[in-house]
Ligand binder design. Sequence first.
Ligand code: ADP
Ligand code: MG
Length: 340
Amino acid sequence: MPQPQFPPATHADATTDANAPLGEFALIRRYFARPSPRAVLGIGDDCALLAGPSGLHWAVSTDMLVAGRHFFPDADPRMLGHKALAVNLSDLAACGAQPQACTLALALPQADPAWLGPFSEGLLALADAHGCELIGGDTTRGPLTICITVFGHVPQHQALLRSGARAGDDVYVSGQLGDARLALEARQGLRPLDPSTLAAAALRMDQPTPRIALGMALRGVASAAADVSDGLAGDLGHILAQSSVGACLHADVLPTLLAHRTAAGTEAEALQYVLSGGDDYELVFTAPPSARAAVQAASHTSHTAVTRIGYLTPEPGLRLVDAQGQHSDYAATAFDHFLS
Ligand code: ADP
Ligand code: MG
């Protein structure tokens, strides 16, 4: 299996100006990305892969949630426990891996049973639902930070990578996109939402569903996959960059992915939520047209809705095509922790 190319350098990375802002990926590339001969797949994908016993690979991924950055400090602890594990399981889903175990590193301002009780229940309920055993971790006093590492199994050569897409493949996403961002903006006071719409959209932000069953069902079907954590345009952009292809997406289909479309304002605003919202934890994946029936079967067996949103092109870049066949370029604005 080829080692992935860490997302190719962008214009911003190439700068020699020591005072220029350093983006998240440029930072990882410059200071941490190394060849990893021991890993089957190293830095640069949703999970790393390590060779395991009897034809299996271990898929491993770590994600950290920081109070005030990834969640409001007064967030409901039960939902936070769920979300902290869900965002990690989502990376296993993106690789088609089956969860096995996790570790939990916690920094806590104080040992508060009223917080720890529901937090642990939320986390462990989701862990149990996916057969993911909590096997260790670390606990210290400090600003509230939750760091989870997940370990999953995937049969050798069946992991879904960001690098396997080919021109001509279809592009799909699971579930719905953009509603988490809508809820975030409402909570930040940037967009008025009626209480019932806010409650429904907030569930998407607070209780994401990791698409484990779909990821496993897409083994041998999808040519590439990633989970949508930083926005569809950005995360599909990783697949495009690592597969050396471009994409053309149907501008009339995308807004239909937003469950609360009317609350989002104009069609153009709905499109923006879907393409750049983030925090969705759906899967974006590609598959050849010959696999359309197999994709539908995977959707069916995993009880997960899937929408075909476009196709891949040999020309790089992300374009939108409207119902009249008019093309326009789309400048991806994925969330970046150091440039935003
Ligand atoms: P994801 O959004 O799928 O969790 P990220 O965008 O956070 O992935 O990270 C991109 C890649 O860089 C992943 O392969 C991740 O493991 C790796 N990575 C992120 N931070 C570091 C770090 N500090 N050291 C080494 N690798 C890192
Ligand atoms: Mg990911």
